[in-house]
Design a binder for this molecule. Structure first.
Ligand SMILES: Nc1nc2c(ncn2[C@@H]2O[C@H](COP(=O)(O)OP(=O)(O)OP(=O)(O)O)[C@@H](O)[C@H]2O)c(=O)[nH]1
Ligand SMILES: [Mg+2]
Length: 452
């Protein structure tokens, strides 16, 4: 796996923290002889060179006798480091010009800028982690809710790797049985069963893991929820209640919200992109007309539509028209807002709510969760598949087993049918990265952030 972009023998360096002013920043370096190379630009030169692994050395980064920054250098020695190579992490001050100076100095001193995901790539090459764990690293970083983060953390601890290995081990046993069938005459040994009854439990394990994918995707990518309804129904009030801050302008003037607002929130662990939109009505002002056009666009693309009705107004013609138009649409949740002020009780399909007092809010949250996970298997305490790559390979493995069973049914010779089993095993090997092509690896890691 040697190619220019990801040559593991190069000395690499990158900023691992955001390119922004902050109290501290971390510059990460890795590569053979990395510790000596950093020592060349370090005041406590000898101390750093002799430092044991997992220790920290205090000093200055120096260039031509000029001190660039006062830093702490964390020293890791191979193989006990993230990448499995010698590595130094510099804790520097988070000043933009300061960070820039140090990075430029590193790039003049034998280091090159790390490509995206290159540190994790090296960790994979040095067998510090398999591919499912490497992918989990990026999934943790991009997690948008606490739930998504802890599911990804489970994957980093090997939950998917272990599941796949357990399936692989079943497959290997099966292949061994097939070998016995092929190698020994029937009368010499007892023939193990290699038919569908043996592949069934394996397929069940695969299906179980596959069924978690949709939920994993929801937790990782989130869903779009839109607040819709007539002007003055209380959409912006509810938006602010979800955000727990006074973000959207609320007023009793109809048509207050002209352009839509959006924000990430979390509802029961689901990352939700919540939209507040311009109230729907017959508008004349061209800006309001454009706002309403945008509202409709967002409604079209939403996973869940929260339609607010003003309880004080009751069932209006607009509400009836909307409900008629969206009759078959299972994304809609109807909300009977302002119950604190109205004595008219909510009609059947409505959730009674007061965006002002918060009454009914937790029921609304539960309803949204139910809609998002409707028709879906919700996993509890088990590995959750999140990567499209892993899902496709697992499906390919399952298809190969199907083909194997079909081949046996069709009376094909065992040695030919067994090829499908080998294919299945190879697909599983690709998931963990034992048999993954350089091109696939490069594509995968190039989606990572630099410094990771
Ligand atoms: N009593 C009471 N008043 C509410 C409630 N929700 C909203 N209001 C009031 O209703 C008025 C309109 O609220 P907004 O949140 O601005 O309504 P909107 O749907 O965003 O309106 P537009 O932006 O014009 O489409 C404001 O005066 C709110 O204080 C509620 O649950 N109870
Ligand atoms: Mg509004």
């Amino acid at each position: 796996m040697k190619d220019v972009k990801y040559d593991p023998d190069d000395l690499i360096a990158a900023l691992a923290t955001p390119w922004a002013e902050s109290a501290l920043a971390v510059i990460r370096t890795s590569g053979p002889e990395c510790i000596n190379a950093v020592a060349d630009i370090f005041s406590a030169n000898n101390k750093l060179k002799k430092a044991e692994g997992n220790t920290i050395v205090y000093g200055h980064i120096v260039s031509d006798n000029e001190k660039l920054d006062e830093v702490m250098a964390a020293v890791y020695r191979a193989p006990k480091s993230y990448t499995g190579q010698d590595s130094v992490e510099l804790f520097v001050h988070g000043s933009l010009p300061g960070m820039k100076k140090i990075l430029e100095l590193l790039y003049r001193s034998g280091f090159r800028e790390a490509s995206p995901g290159e540190f994790t790539f090296r960790a994979f090459l040095n067998q510090k982690m398999d591919l499912t764990r490497a992918e989990a690293v990026q999934e943790i970083i991009s997690a948008k809710s606490r739930q998504a983060q802890s599911l990804a953390l489970n994957r980093l601890s090997g939950s998917i790797e272990n599941s796949i290995n357990s399936i692989k081990s079943d497959m290997t046993d099966l292949l061994a049985s097939v070998e016995i069938q092929l190698d020994y005459p029937e009368d010499e040994v007892e023939m193990p069963d290699v038919t569908a009854s043996e592949t069934k439990p394996i397929e069940e394990k695969m299906n179980r893991l596959l069924s978690t994918y949709q939920a994993g995707k929801i937790y990782q990518e989130g869903v779009r929820v839109v607040l819709a309804g007539k002007t003055n129904a209380g959409k912006s009030s509810l938006f602010n209640l979800f955000l727990k801050e006074d973000r959207s302008i609320v007023s009793d003037i109809h048509g207050t919200t002209r352009d839509y607002l959006e924000s990430w929130i979390s509802i029961g662990g689901i990352p939700v992109r919540l939209f507040d939109t311009a109230g729907l009505r017959e508008a004349e002002h061209p800006i309001e007309v454009e706002g309403i056009r945008r509202s409709n666009e967002i409604i079209d693309g939403a996973h869940v539509i929260l339609y607010l009705a003003d309880a004080q107004e009751g069932i209006t013609a607009d509400l009836k028209a909307f409900m008629e138009q969206y009759r078959e649409d299972r994304r809609c949740v109807y909300i009977w807002n302002k119950i604190d002020k109205s004595i008219v009780s909510a009609p059947d399909e409505f959730i009674p709510l007061s965006a002002l007092t918060g009454e009914g809010f937790s029921i609304l949250e539960e309803t949204i969760r139910d809609i998002v996970f409707r028709d879906q298997y919700v996993p509890h305490n088990e590995p959750v598949l999140d990567s499209m790559r892993q899902k496709k390979l697992l499906e390919a493995a399952r298809d190969s087993i199907d083909k194997y069973n079909q081949a046996l049914k069709d009376g094909m010779p065992m040695d030919m049918a067994a090829v499908d089993l080998t294919d299945a095993l190879n697909s599983l090997g690709e998931i963990t990265g034992e048999v993954t092509s350089a091109e696939v690896l490069e594509r995968m890691f190039s989606n990572f952030c630099v410094g990771k």
